[in-house]
Design a protein around this ligand. Sequence first.
Ligand code: NAI
Ligand code: MG
Length: 339
Amino acid sequence: MGSYRIAVIRGDGIGPEVVDATIDVLQELQDVVRGLKLTFDFVDAGDLCLKVRGTPLPEDTISAIKKAHAAIKGPVGETAADVIVKLRQMLDLYANIRPFKSYPGVPSIKGNVDFVIVRENTEGLYKRYEFTLDGGATAVALRVITRRGCERIARKAFEYASKRPKKLVTAVHKSNVLSVTCGLFAAVCREVSKEYPDVKYEEMYVDACAYNMVVRPERFDVIVTTNLFGDILSDEAAAVAGSLGIAPAANVGDKHAIFEPVHGSAPDIAGKGVANPCATMLSAKMMLEWLGEARAAKLLENAIAKTLRDKRFLTPDLGGNASTKEFTRAVKKALRNSA
Ligand code: NAI
Ligand code: MG
């Protein structure tokens, strides 16, 4: 059981609401799990930070994240590309792990969703190599796919799948049209699949994947895909599992990791106190797993799952009318009762 320094970006919009709720349950968790000690180092990033400090991602924020054992990040707003896309590249957080699960008590299109999107997080179209030609009349974006990038994300996906009961990796691409870039991604995934004979392997075009995700989501286990496709499929997956409000994510590299919800700053509901904090709480659960605190992670997930199953404290995105604070109080109570 260890002692950890956690850098915390509260973010914009609903960010501070869902991050504060998460810190609140983590404080409770420390009382329940003897020996677990988390120290929070609050740092700035995002739209408000740009306004107040003249930059969306100050140097002291970057160095605090580097010094910390891990970071929790709330969503930021319009500066997302200059904050999180930049941090992913800067800290080489090449894998974005996004589990989607239907929790009992959460209304969803299909009941039995349990799959993970392993999204390449540092290249593809999100390299942001964009420019114009013809005096602005033509806009071009370069899609960068490297063998190294494909290899390491494919390995992450197979490692992940080999620990899951279903043991199936689906590589999602569009190599019938983007034969060079998606062609390389598919070829490398196929090569890496040979190193994992106990994991089944298949490929699917991204449009068919988008369809199958709604029609038969239960068929998926681990989806590995490129940056932009992974971004788009993630929001769809969240809808199929019930809400963006319950979809967590881990940005991991070999040295650093940042845990954040899949969703954005939700300006339409910001300040109303009704944001669902589950996605950020479940991201914190992924952080505890990454830190090697499996028992604390399990206790936290169980408390969240119990509160969802109970249905009395569901936030509006899940069809309830509870506030962020009411949901958070219920999770804390479930944690106390599990001690
Ligand atoms: P969004 O994810 O913020 O919202 C989409 C819809 O989902 C909205 O109706 C919102 O109310 C709902 N929603 C999202 N999270 C929720 C939660 N926890 N509880 C209840 N409902 C929730 O996407 P949108 O509107 O496209 O983006 C808003 C801002 O967020 C933009 O400025 C965008 O750049 C930024 N953004 C930041 C991200 C990050 O920091 N990683 C990721 C995605 C978007
Ligand atoms: Mg997204």
